[in-house]
Design a protein around this ligand. Sequence first.
Ligand code: DGI
Ligand code: FE
Ligand code: FE
Length: 181
Amino acid sequence: MYQKTLKKMLTPSRLYHSYCVSDQAQHLAKIFGANEKKAKIAGLLHDITKSLPTDKQLKIINEAGFKLDEIQRVSPKLLHSISGAIYIKKFLDIKDDEIISAIRYHTTAKPKMTLLEKIVYLADYTSLDRKFVDAAYMREIVEKSLDDGMKYGLTYTIRDLIDKSVAIHPDTFLAYNYYIK
Ligand code: DGI
Ligand code: FE
Ligand code: FE
């Protein structure tokens, strides 16, 4: 599914990551009773524009009439979730708003996420290709509770962003405030 597009769009390591996230998203969908097919597709396509240079991503975003906010304009890593959501709708003819939204918010997260949005966000952290120290521990948390997983993932992300001295997007800290409760 979407193999040609994925191979054309992604570097080999990003392609491998996408397959791993797809598997993990399907696994989590099975545990939590979400739509497994949608989870599989959203996982597969979540980073579809990640290997594109920034100028190409900006072109996709601008042509769709999407206005970037102040933080998005200075944070290249935030662009691929926006350009990815536009890309799958425009070029892959995906009409499912749940899949589109799961890709749109897979990097920052946001408050009150849907089951599929949480699954894609967390599959991205807990896929088998993730080797960071906490990945195995986080895999255990996530299989018990997606909301505990969100709390853990957002805490980890915000710490990491502070360590790197980069801007924290409002969606990220609003999600953090929502899920630490
Ligand atoms: O695309 P992946 O690498 O698989 O994972 P991702 O989509 O979660 O992207 C992670 C990157 O996004 C990581 O370098 C941190 C960055 N990021 C996440 N939230 C924010 C952010 N960067 C900024 N500047 N602000 C955020 O709120
Ligand atoms: Fe990503
Ligand atoms: Fe990813």
